[in-house]
Design a binder for this molecule. Sequence first.
Ligand code: MYA
Ligand code: JJ1
Length: 388
Amino acid sequence: KHKFWETQPVGQFKDVGDTSFPEGPIEPATPLSEVKQEPYNLPSPYEWTTCDMDSEETCTEVYNLLKNNYVEDDENMFRFNYSKEFLRWALRPPGYYKSWHLGVRAKASKKLVAFITGVPARIRVRDEVVKMAEINFLCVHKKLRSKRLAPVMIKEVTRRVHLENIWQAAYTAGVVLPTPITTCQYWHRSLNPKKLIDVGFSRLGARMTMSRTIKLYKLPDSPATPGFRKMELRDVPAVTRLLRNYLSQFAVAPDFDENDVEHWLLPTEDVIDSYLVESPETHDITDFCSFYTLPSSILGNQNYSILKAAYSYYNVSTKTPLLQLMNDALIVAKQKDFDVFNALDVMHNESFLKELKFGPGDGQLHYYLYNYRIRSALRPSELGLVLL
Ligand code: MYA
Ligand code: JJ1
């Protein structure tokens, strides 16, 4: 059934429930001299290209490929529209490798027709911190689908990761592959219910009118928590301590240091927003919340072309109840004109989703590890990792 994935060092469906395997690498690292030195062969009309995301021109090509060909919902009403600034942020974290930003061009026209990326990360799995690649943005142009390009792209990015002496990866997908470490549910909190209903993102509930719906989702004009403010550069050490301590309780989570926190959590306009609570008395940083900006194109609506969505990222509460902290996150997202606030049921998110009027979406997100076995699937609440 999975002609490609059956050949890869990933948990196989036939082994699900078998607890006789130890947790850890499925196959051992090999000496770098044994890693294939030449790229894999593509069908002859195509050639490999390394995408330089510092180049405005290349970044625009990647942006356009994804804008027109990347992930859609199951009814093809919306398509992710990652911004150029977002792509530059997502693809250039501390220690990134340009060689892991892999494109495929048509030889004749030089047009970019496919893309896949890796970025380096340290991911802790239970007690072990493992160097991994986070793989994302796998995309094949709509006109070149089902030609088995994806397996060669995955093999080529794997080869380039191995050349850096890294042997594991983490990735997410909306499709079921061999085999998820956990399956998460998307939840959605309406901020602009009228627009969401007009574009078909949500529906008017039973026995609900538009004006009752608007009232139901109304939020205060400003956050309620004293000391709630935007994160700044000077907060990096305190936020790193808060986050490291919080993430230590999950079975799988990133091992962030201060450099990572500066990159992944310091606010960047229209990319990543982070807020914290500074105690007005002690000036301690006690709580933290963050969300990233990922708009979707609205396909074929007369009135609107973009859905502005915020996605919950990492949140930590030690003093302010998580419910109150996330309500403040909703308030600032609304003030920033987001239409919807999305979250997965990871970490402690279940504790606020229903109370803050999030509803379950029609999408799921499956999480995977490459060349690393875990004894049995996790509950979403045991997962401390959010990929972009
Ligand atoms: S997830 C987002 C994926 N992108 C999209 O959904 C965008 C829209 N779709 C497309 O562009 C295409 O449909 C794609 C497939 C490119 C997805 N992850 O070339 P094909 C398998 C992994 O004929 P196409 C993200 O970015 C499929 O099961 N495998 O198919 C994370 C089949 O294999 P098998 C996938 O439709 C990516 C084979 O590909 C996915 O033209 C993580 C068919 O190939 C998928 N999302 O192209 C990648 N979809 O026969 C893995 C289909 O065995 C990283 N397939 O079932 C692994 C770690 C690598 C690094 C390791 C380092 C050590
Ligand atoms: O956004 C998603 N679904 C929306 C829109 C559905 C449109 C019809 N298919 C949804 N809306 C309901 C909202 C409603 C608001 C009021 C309360 C009740 C709920 O359900 C879904 C997620 O639910 N998104 C997708 O399907 C996009 C793809 C998700 C897989 C992503 C793969 C990512 C790859 C990463 O590397």
